[in-house]
Write a protein that binds this ligand. Sequence first.
Ligand SMILES: NC(=O)c1ccc[n+]([C@@H]2O[C@H](COP(=O)([O-])OP(=O)(O)OC[C@H]3O[C@@H](n4cnc5c(N)ncnc54)[C@H](OP(=O)(O)O)[C@@H]3O)[C@@H](O)[C@H]2O)c1
Length: 285
Amino acid sequence: MRFKNKVGIITGSSRGIGRATAIELCQQGAKIVLNGRSHVQLLKTRDELLAMGFEVIALQGDVTSMADCEYVVAETIKVFGQLDFLINNGSSTMNESFENIEPAIYQNVLCSNALGAVLPTMAALPYLKQSKGSILFISSLAGLHGMPSASAYSSGKMALTALWQSLKIELSHTGIHFGICYLGFTENDAEKKMLTADGTLIPVPNRPAYLVKSQKQVAQLIAKSIYYRKSRRVISFVGKLAAFLFRFFPKLALLIMIKSQQRGAEKIQSTQAVLEMSKRKIKTA
Ligand SMILES: NC(=O)c1ccc[n+]([C@@H]2O[C@H](COP(=O)([O-])OP(=O)(O)OC[C@H]3O[C@@H](n4cnc5c(N)ncnc54)[C@H](OP(=O)(O)O)[C@@H]3O)[C@@H](O)[C@H]2O)c1
């Protein structure tokens, strides 16, 4: 019961890793504030966690709205009377070529990842100063190096590194712990969606199983990062290897990424060619 009598807000905890982290922290004694934009999904998760016997409340809010963030923090204090940690987790993702993305969609992804951690932090800061609590930023391997077809997401995640570094120095006198976790591929909810260039939502493609960590494993490491007040954590073997390569062999890392992108593009082209051929065959038959 490492988190007995501790209260935490996890942004974007109606689904996925945020939800798994809420369960993990509740199992360790925490009282958790669940958050997300979709009211239906939020209440479904709240009811599920209440049925498990956990102490949770659900507060709807968009992390890119200051008014929503202030509401979530104010309600947390009203209900629980304290705040001990904030996990900046909620964000949108996309996988699209830079040239095709509509500016408004780019802005949406960039904002949800960057500003979506700034605003909850601003709202929670006065209470975390009182508790000398923790603020954890959930980043990605895309926050260690720009990834192809993910420039909006990568830019947003990299902004978290700057924010974390600045606050760690600027607010060192407050006693608040600032941590960042760079996650590698993690198991997705079956219904997880990502944005396309024009803003429609599509299912996230499957990733090789051997590269994927379970949500529970990741949630446990996130909980440990708060408990041990870890400053920086890269959660994935591939991530650690990539971080090493990016740092000490940047040219080699770039070459590997360009080659693997070319292979990916060739695969897509040959699949499209096969599809075109079979369409033509069907037409002529
Ligand atoms: N899954 C991975 O492989 C992976 C890898 C590296 C890093 N990460 C990071 O881990 C975090 C969680 O990822 P996930 O896979 O669990 O994603 P997910 O399944 O899509 O869940 C995202 C959560 O964030 C909420 N959300 C999205 N935009 C929001 C906004 N503007 N305001 C408030 N809530 C918002 C969603 O609810 P609503 O849509 O209802 O708002 C949902 O609860 C993200 O920061 C992601 O970048 C994930």
